[in-house]
Design a protein around this ligand. Structure first.
Ligand code: NAD
Length: 362
């Protein structure tokens, strides 16, 4: 069996605990991985002068595949999200978040099996911001007022929403190719083109054009984002692959995680032409850090996605079945699952015990 070299970023908060057990589960499955440990997060500011050291990015450039734990982004501190930086630096333009029902997860819905594909590089996440009261913000306000683009109140802060033809075509093509490669039948483009004509309107126009190349193989439809939210909570089974600009993807993928049992079980991947970084949807849950209570399922399912990407499909399916069996049995589940099932956390187990139960079934 070949040895894979993978960059492992433990992250902070609950990250080190869930990545440690992920590593044990992957190794227990017999997959040989040489882990290159690399760090990122606020704790690196003191040591390396930056939360995302160049050595970490360089490691991923070498290995081409990384798996990470979550990393805290302090609110309103001028500290840019490491996740956003990584996605930009490595041009990880596609964010893949599968949401599927796992019996025993305590989810509200059964029979959900959908995937959100989120454009990862532009939209309101581009980080192009104008702070209220600055000359730059004032200049933009004056420009809009003078050109008749629209009146903006003088005490406004402004974030720009760039949507390009390039990124829109690339993400919709990626979503369609993913759908085909994974036996899916329908792609839904999500937007607000009726209001944001020049940004979402452009996304929709390009999505429709790209989808025309797939008409023989895939069904294509488009939906307005608010109607999509309604459809997701009323009848999520109607959706298959959803593709959308960055901010809607951020929000809808959390909504989809909620449909199938919550953040503790929602995996994700950031994929570009050359590199792939796998990570759970959830954040660093700082209040649970170091307490051995976090649910490692999302991190383990991110490893399942990574193993498939590495061509280790059999190992991936074995881990998925073991997780499904532990959840279905319900004896060794973490607090979030126990609470969803019974309304109380009594009888729940910790991160390590859950992982040991998975390992025992591999
Ligand atoms: P969060 O996902 O960390 O936590 C929200 C709540 O979800 C937690 O209080 C907890 O109740 C629950 N939860 C999350 N993960 C869980 C798990 N594995 N097991 C059990 N319960 C779990 O969201 P937040 O509190 O908004 O963010 C905390 C920090 O994480 C912020 O700094 C945020 O910027 C960062 N963040 C990082 C990433 C990432 O690294 N990819 C993603 C999202 C948020």
């Amino acid at each position: 069996m070949p040895t894979h070299t993978v960059t492992l970023i433990p992250g902070d908060g609950i990250g080190p605990e869930i990545t440690a057990v992920m590593r044990d589960v992957v190794e227990a499955c017999g997959v040989r991985v040489e882990w290159q440990i690399a760090h990122a997060g606020a704790q690196m500011l003191d040591q390396a002068g930056t939360p995302l050291p160049e050595a970490t990015v360089e490691s991923i450039r070498q290995t081409k595949v990384a798996i990470k734990g979550p990393v805290t982004t302090p609110v309103g501190s001028g500290f840019r999200s490491i996740n956003v930086q990584l996605r930009k630096e490595l041009d990880l333009f596609a964010n893949l978040r599968p949401a599927f029902s796992l019996p025993g997860s305590g989810a509200r819905y059964q029979d959900v099996d959908l995937v959100t594909v989120r454009e990862n590089t532009e939209d309101l996440y581009a980080g192009i911001e104008f702070e209220e009261g600055t000359p730059a913000a004032q200049g933009l306000i004056d420009y809009c007022n003078q050109t008749g683009a629209g009146d903006i109140r003088p005490d406004s802060g402004i974030s720009l929403k760039p949507i390009s033809i390039t990124a829109s075509r690339r993400i919709v093509r990626w979503a369609c190719d993913y759908a085909l490669a994974n036996g899916r039948r329908k792609v839904t483009a999500v937007h607000k083109a009726n209001i944001q004509k020049f940004s979402d309107g452009l996304f929709l126009q390009e999505a429709r054009q790209v989808a025309e190349c797939y008409t023989d193989q895939l069904e294509f439809e488009d939906r307005i984002v608010d109607a999509t939210c309604m459809g997701l909570v009323t009848r999520p089974q109607q959706f298959d692959v959803l593709v959308m600009p960055n901010l809607y993807g951020d929000i809808l993928s959390d909504l989809c995680a909620g449909l199938v049992g919550g953040l503790g079980i929602a995996p994700g991947a950031n994929i570009g032409e050359h590199y792939a970084v796998f990570e759970p949807v959830h954040g660093s849950a700082p209040s649970y850090a170091g307490k051995d209570v976090a649910n490692p399922t999302a991190e383990l399912l991110s490893a399942v996605l990574m193993l498939r990407h590495l061509g280790e499909g059999q190992a991936a399916e074995r881990i998925l079945s073991a997780i499904s069996a532990v959840l279905a049995e319900g004896r060794f589940v973490t607090y979030d699952i126990k609470r969803a099932l019974t309304g109380s956390v009594e009888g729940s187990v910790g991160t390590r015990r859950f992982a040991d139960a998975v390992i025992a079934l591999l």
